[in-house]
Design a protein around this ligand. Structure first.
Ligand SMILES: [Zn+2]
Length: 245
């Protein structure tokens, strides 16, 4: 029984001479992997809608290993994310992060809206903020939210002289020796993290954090995410070599 989904293409691989295997992150069915037959042929109607980062509507015919993607229409081509090298590096990183953390066929409410929102923000040249928002909120949505109010060791409220561990969030001075990857956390970056998690996703664009806070959050989330990954993300080296922030 076929069904229609709305999704964003987060990974594309070539198959044979003219086909593609696409991974589509959908609003309703989570991550789906499907074959798009003939999608690399120049006049094929699947050519554009199955490009990386495209937001589209797709008709899926279920299969055992891979589904089959047949009809497709574009909602938002996100062409600028493919045209600009730095935007492409950022968007590739976000898609790889998502691909690594979500399971196939498992709907993750909120994350689809998060992805479309950060793509829109990134397209306006605001990827340094959009990428941090995506990291923090993705962890939150998947149940790995950093603890931001109490020490993860003893549960005491922590309000100043903040320390943050990649193992789970805030940790007090006396418990900090029990944890690895402990870093100081400035109050400005702490406030930024709380807003990125707690605010309505549509409001994130009104935040204008300092470059210092963004840099601190970036370093901290890198360790936080790496702590939860078995092996490093491939797209990070590329992003590090070309980005300007
Ligand atoms: Zn403690």
């Amino acid at each position: 029984m076929s069904y229609r989904v709305e999704g964003i293409v987060i990974r594309v691989r070539n198959l044979g001479e003219a086909d593609r295997i696409v991974t589509v992150f959908t609003a309703t069915h989570g991550k789906l992997r499907a074959t798009a037959r003939g999608a690399r042929r120049i006049r094929n109607r699947l050519l554009s809608p199955t490009q990386i980062f495209t937001h589209g509507r797709y008709l899926i015919f279920p299969g055992k290993e891979l589904h089959n993607l047949s009809q497709a229409e574009i909602v938002q081509s996100n062409q600028q994310l493919r045209d600009d090298l730095e935007m492409m590096a950022y968007a590739s990183y976000l898609c790889e992060l998502l691909d690594r953390f979500v399971d196939e066929e498992l709907p993750v409410p909120d994350v689809f809206l998060l992805l479309t929102t950060v793509f829109a923000l990134g397209s306006q040249g605001r990827f340094p903020l959009a990428a941090r928002a995506f990291e923090v909120r993705l962890m939150h949505a998947l149940g790995y939210s950093p603890q931001l109010y109490h020490c993860i060791g003893c549960g005491e409220a922590v309000t100043d002289n903040l320390l943050f561990t990649a193992e789970g969030g805030l940790v007090c001075r006396s418990c900090s020796s029990d944890y690895t990857n402990v870093m100081p956390l400035s109050n400005g970056t702490w406030e930024l993290m709380k807003r990125l998690i707690e605010w309505d996703v549509n409001r994130i664009g009104i935040l204008h954090p300092t470059p210092g806070a963004l840099a601190e959050l970036k370093a901290l989330m890198r360790k936080y995410i790496d702590f939860r990954l078995d092996y490093p993300l491939k797209s990070l080296d590329f992003l590090e070599t070309i980005k300007s922030d």
